[in-house]
Design a protein around this ligand. Structure first.
Ligand code: ADP
Ligand code: ASP
Ligand code: MG
Length: 405
């Protein structure tokens, strides 16, 4: 008898038929005698719809109220999934994040899990129940409802698998696994039988939304091996695990495009010590994540001054702009520019460490496509560039062809 955590994403629970399909799959495992914990997302489109409604009322709604609102999406699906299991004659109980013992910090809309007390889940399992847990949500010690950032049901599943010491963790989605690029954009993308945590982490944080990056970080930290596979067929998926020697032989594992980034530029910032520190302290205090940073000499100012650009997640752009505008008097820059029409295109592979010339080939390929590079950042196992959003998909296909075609 195994303990299995199975997570089903939004498209896998998009309507009553899909939910029945989930229940049938759970039943197969249950009939073999396994204990099953099911984590579900909101039905596809529901979270987006809730956000849209709130923003129609106010462009920057209060984060605590957003969590109160967004948590309802997953609460619908846990109950429906439980009902679908009852319809098949299986005992099942739905639990909110809080009821499942998921305790988070108080950073609303992007809370971090502090700990999980799985006692209640174990009791229900031992009583013969399938336990269905709402993804994406938790509760602070003070009883406030929180959410774990977009795509956060992945994190719920991985964290529960770690806390319950599950034998197996399966992430069911609407594609057959992790591909060398988003199969919806690059038709020739290939499914990977396995991928290392580090590569998956880079791909995920660079835009491959098949896994939430924080969930992969968590899996790596706690050694949770998991499989990404389709809820629509029985094909084997992709195993995500610690790097093995044979993985080094492949130079590039995948290409990803992040369309969810925006660039903020402070024009003509006085060139003196402490300015960058002040800017990024203020951004950090507002709980905004900064990704790439570029600073260079400004040519259009009379006194020594630099342009300072950085990227943030698109939904954080308005907040970031407000924070920077609040520093105008103190810092004395000329103006703030915000650009949403950018894309971050990246190539990822642990084999890059031992193969020179990868950056040159990437830049040459982009030059041939007449794609201008705006910012560059690299790590040991990835190279990312910021380019014009309009050329993003074309450039992605070109890089895939050059490295993985
Ligand atoms: P779920 O609702 O199940 O969480 P998501 O929509 O969050 O599913 O993630 C699955 C989607 O991720 C796929 O439909 C696919 O378009 C996209 N995707 C992006 N990059 C990749 C990749 N490298 N491999 C597989 N899917 C990818
Ligand atoms: N429903 C949430 C979202 O759309 C969480 C998830 O689907 O993982 O981001
Ligand atoms: Mg997802």
């Amino acid at each position: 008898m195994a303990l299995i955590v199975q997570k089903f994403g939004g498209t896998s629970v998009a309507n009553p038929d899909r939910i029945k399909n989930v229940a049938a799959r759970v039943k197969k495992y249950r009939d073999q005698g396994d204990q099953v914990v099911v984590v579900v997302s909101a039905m596809s489109g529901v979270t987006d719809g809730l956000i849209k409604m709130a923003k129609e009322i106010m462009p920057l709604p209060n984060d605590r109220e957003m969590d109160m609102l967004l948590a309802t999406g997953e609460q619908q699906t846990i109950a429906l999934t439980s009902i679908a299991l009852h319809a098949l004659g299986l005992p099942a109980t739905s639990l909110t994040g809080a009821q499942a013992g998921i305790v988070t910090d108080g950073v609303h809309t992007k809370a971090k899990i502090k700990n999980i007390s799985p006692k209640h889940v174990h009791e229900l399992l031992d009583g013969g129940n399938v336990v269905i847990v709402a993804g994406f949500q938790g509760q602070t010690l003070e009883g406030q409802i929180t959410t774990l950032g977009r795509g956060g049901s992945d994190l719920t599943a991985i964290a529960l698998a770690a806390a319950l010491k599950a034998d197996l963790c399966q992430i069911y989605t609407d594609v057959d696994g992790v591909y060398t690029a988003d199969p919806r954009i690059v038709k020739s993308a290939k499914k990977l039988p396995e991928i290392s945590y580090d590569e998956m982490l880079e791909l995920a944080s660079l835009g491959a939304k098949v896994m939430q990056s924080r969930s992969v970080e968590f899996a790596k930290k706690f050694g949770v091996v998991f499989e990404v596979r389709s809820s629509l067929n029985d094909n084997l998926g992709t195993i995500v695990k610690e790097e093995t020697l044979s993985m080094e032989g492949v130079v590039i594992r995948g290409v990803s495009l992040d369309k969810n980034q925006a660039k903020v530029t402070l024009v003509a910032v006085p060139d003196k010590p402490g300015v960058a520190a002040r800017v990024f302290k203020a951004i950090a205090d507002a709980n905004l994540n900064v990704d790439m940073i570029v600073q260079n000499i400004s040519h259009n100012a009379g006194m020594p001054a630099t342009d300072l650009s950085f990227t943030v997640d698109k939904p954080d752009l308005l907040k970031a702009k407000l924070v920077i505008e609040g520093l105008k008097g103190e810092i004395g820059y000329k103006e703030v520019l915000a650009d949403e029409k950018i894309g971050k295109l990246s190539i990822v592979g642990v084999g890059m460490r031992s193969h020179p010339g990868v950056a040159a080939k990437m830049f040459e390929t982009l030059a041939l496509e007449q794609v201008n590079i705006d910012m560059i950042s690299t790590s040991e196992i990835k190279i990312s560039v910021i380019i014009d959003l309009e050329k993003g998909e074309q450039a992605m296909r070109a890089l895939h062809e050059a490295f993985l075609g």
